[in-house]
Ligand binder design. Structure first.
Ligand SMILES: *Cc1c(COP(=O)(O)O)cnc(C)c1O
Length: 339
């Protein structure tokens, strides 16, 4: 087989949700935007719903279509981008709930879907999405099913920004009757004062930092297509980026930057033959990578790049990025298997 296999461990996903759920006394939702962080929103959401998740979050209403089809009518689906021009019909058809981000969105929603539920996102200092302090009045939250904001620095527990945003959130929402939500994965780990009525973990469910104890959810095995021996002085791959200093055995492995093994991994990443590390050498090409397997007694039929041996964050470090980007870049050529 000429493409890798992406195994998605739904039990590990559910375990991660349960551990995060137990950290707070409030409802724990699940963020499944970007096709469930690259792992398949439908499958992921179905497993989570089976474990008791009642509230899901996506980035855009387009993402809610597939979710509603898999989940049925019961779960609540919130849309972070709110009520955009052009969203009205889909929001209405799906019964998805927009998190309104601006006075314009509030007016649009009132004008077009006056009886349809809504939540509000307020800006507490991140300056990305949400109603600004100067546009905000607590009366806006009358009939809102959720008032939420998002933390910019929750992955750094000691960052002053967390306390500043918590204070701003408390100030803006004091005395409100609507349920409140501030914490994503990082916010859950900051402690109970960040939990309010609903938490919204994403990355932690999928095995990523800042949830240190997360179980690996994705395992990616890449087939070895060919092996060869190169002599001292021979070069491997584009731009002759690797030049052998002694004889090496090189495995050519299916998977490249078109599959989400981003080019910044060139010359830096590690693959695994079972537990044995094997360095990626030379450039990552579109469909292929080359790996040094000189030290192996036998070359296996596949090498593992994500799994218990190597988390999405360790792989991300090798490329100077974050686990979120590695996961959401995983390509569409892999054979996907769920267990
Ligand atoms: C992506 C996102 C989340 C989930 O964040 P994680 O860090 O993945 O847990 C929660 N809330 C909002 C507004 C988001 O954009």
């Amino acid at each position: 087989m000429g493409t890798g296999t992406l195994h998605i461990d739904l039990n590990a996903l559910v375990d991660n949700w349960q551990v995060l759920d137990r950290q707070s006394a409030t409802e724990t939702g699940a963020v499944v935007k970007a096709d469930g962080y690259g792992l398949g929103a439908g499958r992921v959401a179905k497993a989570l719903a089976g474990a008791g998740v009642r509230t899901f979050f996506v980035a855009a209403v387009e993402e809610a279509t597939a979710l509603r089809a898999t989940l049925g009518q019961d779960p609540v689906i919130y849309v972070f981008s709110g009520h955009m021009d052009g969203d009205t019909q889909t929001l209405s058809d799906l019964g998805a709930v927009p998190l309104l981000n601006s006075p314009e969105q509030v007016s649009r929603h009132q004008a077009r879907l006056p009886d349809h539920p809504f939540g509000l996102q307020i800006d507490t200092g991140m300056n990305r999405l949400g109603i600004e302090t100067y546009d905000w009045s607590p009366e806006m939250s009358q009939d809102a099913s959720l008032v939420m904001s998002h933390l910019a620095c929750a992955d750094e527990p000691d960052h002053q920004g967390n306390k500043d945003q918590l204070k701003a959130f408390l100030d803006m929402t004091a005395g409100l009757l609507a349920p409140r939500s501030l914490a994503a994965t990082g916010g859950i780990l900051l402690g109970p004062e960040y939990h309010f009525d609903m938490t919204r973990p994403g990355i932690g469910l999928f095995g990523g930092l800042p949830f240190e104890g997360a179980k690996a959810v994705a395992r990616l095995d890449l087939p070895v297509i060919q092996t060869r021996t190169v002599k001292a002085g021979e070069a491997v791959g584009y731009a002759k980026a690797f030049i052998a200093d002694k004889p090496h055995t090189i495995a050519t492995v299916a998977g490249g930057y078109a599959d989400g093994l981003i080019r910044a991994l060139s010359g830096n990443a590690t693959l695994y033959a079972g537990e044995t590390p094997c360095p990626l050498i030379g450039r990552v090409s579109m469909d292929l990578i080359t790996v040094d397997v000189t030290h192996l007694d036998t070359v296996p039929d596949h090498l593992t790049i994500l799994g218990p041996q190597q988390s999405v964050d360790t792989l991300a470090d090798a490329a100077g990025t974050i686990g979120y980007e590695i996961l959401t870049s995983l390509g569409h050529r892999y054979k996907r298997s769920y267990s």
